[in-house]
Unconditional design. Structure first.
Length: 577
């Protein structure tokens, strides 16, 4: 137990080259000018993730600090359309569906700002008629004006503060119409009853949320944010394909190694998230850098995204992860990456299946109405399994596990680990030296550092496997995978393991079942003397097997919780036999 907890002691150190700050187990030799191992190894000049290679986002000027999500949307030149909502339970963010940065949206970059509130493709959901008063929706006239003045302003020698905003016109009238401090009145609102509680994933991963009364870290009555695009495509895949094929305009199909069009807009991230990239530096959608991180643009995008997520600044003695804590950025970027990977697989498919590449639009139209559509789709699915998170990917994982079980036999236990994010001292110690954190600090740690929480969970799981499954219980093999709970958005893990002490539960269960059937047969059937002797023997062996199973399970269990999560009690400690 001590070793297990000791293995989870980390401290955050920041690399002087890439400015990434990440937990380390051992103290680096040189703390003052610490350089991470990747930056030390890198031979490129300038280093891939360095200021010299324009990979470092500039500090946020005070004019762009503390803007709400709506304020940032009003001053953004590009508009990523997406659906991010705050999970009612726990308060972590999640995203649903796909992020849409439609090509036409990207090409029509706003030259006139701020945007009119009615043009914001956002719907605010109100639940049960309660006002959705999330602080994300608040707009302050002065803040928007100062931010726009800075973005379009110039430095001392006439150089623009942000080259991307150089020619943007500020419409003072729109600005004057925005509230001094309040929620925009022209934004579409939708009353949605309590649909969010309807599909709540009850009974999984809810954890001891009401452990003590003062541990209520999240107030679901007042805190609820959501951004939903107005032009959501709710059509089915076939309808979309059909519409697309019937559209009169010509599409410029450019099938190369990498997907084109919407992914090629330079500085898209800076125009969509001006508060994260105040002058365009560090933008992962900018491909003009001296030392590229990879010669494959999808991999390069992934590496830059990882770098930004780990990028940190120490503000008032606390590590602040500007990109990881932004409510929309990571979802937007991750979704682009996911679709890039899928498209790259699609292009790979066309190379491997050149006959499909020469299909005309008419061929595709015909396929859509015939059976061959399914066959094309199933061929495409074959390639999708290389992209993690797709259904095809999980099907392959399932097949792999089945193959293991066929080879080495059935596992002894099935285990689930869930995230007690508010309770782990080792996690909260990353952010405070004295180990004393209040409820609101712990809540902030969880919400602002989803990347560190997921990392910590995987680290804890690996130590659990090492210290408990392997060293304590003597697992001979194990398998596990990480998942995200649908409602709560938090990470959890399922696994199976075969224990050395397994008395062969599968065979014992068979014998116990046979004994049960023999007992029934003895009670009901007319049996010969010989037959009933045999059945009595089976009953005896069945009882022994049953006892062996029960004894083994009792030996494995140390505690049990007879209540469901809603009326949580301290688990009962079981006596060892
Ligand atoms: Zn580094």
């Amino acid at each position: 137990m001590k070793k297990f907890h000791k293995s989870l002691k980390f401290q955050i150190y920041q690399c002087g080259v890439c400015h990434e700050a990440w937990p380390l187990k051992t103290k680096p030799k040189n703390i003052v000018s610490y350089t991470c191992s990747r930056c030390l190894r890198g031979k490129n000049i300038p280093k891939k993730f360095s200021t010299e290679n324009s990979m470092m986002p500039s500090p946020v000027p005070k004019e762009l600090q503390g803007l709400t999500q709506f304020e940032e949307m009003l001053i953004a030149r590009a508009f990523p359309v997406m659906h991010v909502y705050t999970k009612p339970r726990g308060g972590q963010r999640a995203y649903k569906g796909h992020v849409i940065t439609l090509p036409q949206d990207v090409q029509q970059l706003a030259d006139i700002l701020p945007r009119c509130p009615k043009d914001l493709p956002v719907i605010i959901f109100t639940i049960n008629g309660k006002d959705n008063s999330s602080s994300d929706f608040v707009v302050r006239h002065k803040k928007v004006e100062d931010a726009l003045n800075w973005l379009t302003g110039e430095k001392e020698f006439g150089e623009p503060n942000n080259p991307l905003y150089k020619n943007v016109k500020i419409i003072r009238q729109t600005l004057a119409n925005s509230p001094e401090h309040g929620v925009l009145s022209d934004v579409t609102r939708v009353e949605c009853g309590d649909s969010t509680t309807e599909n709540e994933d009850v009974g999984i991963d809810t954890g001891p949320v009401n452990f003590e009364d003062d541990e209520k870290v999240y107030n679901s009555q007042t805190e609820m944010g959501s951004f939903v695009p107005t032009n959501v495509d709710t059509k089915r895949e076939e309808e979309i394909s059909e519409e697309f094929l019937n559209a009169p305009q010509q599409y410029n199909w450019n099938i190369g190694d990498e997907p084109l069009n919407e992914f090629n807009c330079q500085f898209l991230a800076s125009m969509a998230f001006p508060t994260l990239f105040p002058d365009g530096k560090g933008d992962l959608t900018n491909s003009a850098v001296l030392s590229d991180t990879s010669n494959n643009t999808t991999q390069s995008f992934a590496a830059k995204l990882k770098h930004l997520i780990k990028f940190s600044e120490k503000i008032d003695g606390k590590w602040v992860y500007r990109f990881a804590s932004h409510p929309r950025f990571a979802y937007w970027a991750y979704n682009i990456l996911y679709r890039r990977r899928i498209l790259a697989q699609g292009n790979f498919f066309l190379k491997q299946n050149p006959s499909e590449a020469n299909l005309t639009i008419d061929d595709l139209k015909e396929m859509l109405h015939s059976q061959s559509y399914d066959s094309l789709m199933s061929k495409l699915m074959h390639y999708a399994k290389n992209v993690s998170g797709t259904n095809a990917y999980w099907n392959r994982a399932k097949d792999d596990l089945k193959a293991i079980i066929t080879q080495v036999g059935a596992p002894t236990i099935f285990w689930t680990l869930s995230c007690a994010e508010f309770h782990w001292p080792e996690f909260h110690n990353l952010f405070s030296d004295n180990g004393d954190t209040s409820d609101s600090e712990r809540r902030a740690n969880v919400i602002n550092n989803p990347h560190l929480l997921d990392w910590f969970f995987t680290e804890r799981t690996e130590q659990f496997v090492n210290y408990w499954l392997k060293k304590t219980l003597g697992a001979t093999w194990y398998w596990f995978r990480y998942e995200y709970a649908v409602q709560r958005g938090s990470i959890h893990c399922h696994g199976v393991a075969k224990l050395q002490s397994d008395p062969n539960l599968c065979d014992l269960s068979q014998i116990a079942l046979q004994g049960y059937l023999a007992a029934q047969s003895l009670a009901k059937d007319q049996l010969s003397h010989e037959m009933s002797l045999q059945k009595q023997q089976e009953v005896k062996e069945g009882c022994e097997a049953e006892k062996a199973i029960c004894d083994y399970v009792d030996f494995l269990m140390s505690t049990q919780n007879p209540c469901n999560a809603d009326d949580w009690l301290k688990p009962q400690v079981l006596k060892f036999l």
